[in-house]
Ligand binder design. Structure first.
Ligand code: ATP
Length: 246
């Protein structure tokens, strides 16, 4: 049985008067791909922001992360303390620096974790192996890349952080079908590298196909959970959330 890498208990998250998460419980085991599903405004991005210490959290909530075998409470820590523990995010909208080159964007990924320079080189080689197009365009400004290439760059930058847990917020959004397929393949590769994946996706069918398990959020609450297969097989769920996309 794999160890737990992330354990979220009774998580309440607020934006001023708005309670976006109303007591979420969720667990991710090391090496899993876990998908978070739910319609717009369900709270998926808020969950990721909560893990990174970017949202106001209510009393009695807990977000524990397994750091070198010790469960560490993340609530109360700031993003700059959380990221070095090995958590990377590929944010919604990619967040690449358009006026920096591909290579400079990748370097940003290395800023938050201390490790030997040799490891940086090893990771850069892995990123360029995974994304040969980024290697070809390494001197090019990120703003001149296609949307799909920018998404690859955002993924590459997260890989450069050498994370143990990678969170991806709608990585297939706005991409052409071929690029979507490539993104999902890369996510499988990321897991094969030993990185645990927490994936937010509107493209629910594809997300469940690669997921070990999934959670469905509805207006700030977990309303369903199961293996990727179980959730895909659930016709009422498919009708409610997953019908729109193949
Ligand atoms: P989407 O798929 O549209 O990104 P989501 O499931 O990620 O949706 P969240 O972005 O987490 O949903 O939003 C959850 C709730 O919190 C929504 O009701 C939203 O309006 C609210 N919310 C999100 N960000 C803020 C903010 N900065 N200020 C106030 N309310 C917010």
């Amino acid at each position: 049985m794999a160890d737990t890498i992330l354990k979220v208990e009774n998580l309440v998250s607020t934006y001023g008067p708005i309670t976006a998460l109303k007591g979420i419980n969720l667990e991710v085991k090391e090496g899993e791909i876990v998908s978070l599903l739910g319609s717009n405004g369900a709270g998926k991005s808020t969950l990721m922001k909560s893990i990174l210490g970017m949202v106001t959290i209510g009393e009695g909530s807990s977000i524990q992360y397994n750091h070198d075998g010790q469960m560490v409470e993340l609530i109360g820590k700031k993003s700059h303390q959380i990221i070095p523990l090995g958590i990377a995010i590929v944010p919604e909208g990619r967040g690449v620096f358009i006026n920096k080159s591909v290579e400079e964007n990748l370097e940003v990924g290395t800023f938050f974790r201390k490790r030997p320079a040799a490891r940086d080189k090893e990771l850069l080689d892995t990123v360029y192996q995974t994304f040969p197009r980024l290697k070809e365009r390494r001197k090019q400004l990120a703003g001149t890349l296609s949307g799909g290439e920018q998404q690859m760059l955002a993924l590459g930058r997260a890989m450069m952080a050498d994370p143990r847990l990678m969170m991806l917020d709608e990585p297939s959004m706005g991409l052409a079908p071929l690029m979507v397929a490539e993104v999902f393949n890369v996510i499988k590769n990321v897991r094969e590298m030993g990185i645990t994946v927490l994936l937010v996706e509107q493209n629910a069918k594809q997300a469940l196909k690669i997921a070990d398990r999934g959670y469905v959020l509805t207006t700030g609450e977990v309303t369903q959970t199961g293996t990727g297969k179980e959730l895909l097989a659930d016709e009422s769920l498919v009708a409610a959330y997953l019908g729109a996309k193949k």
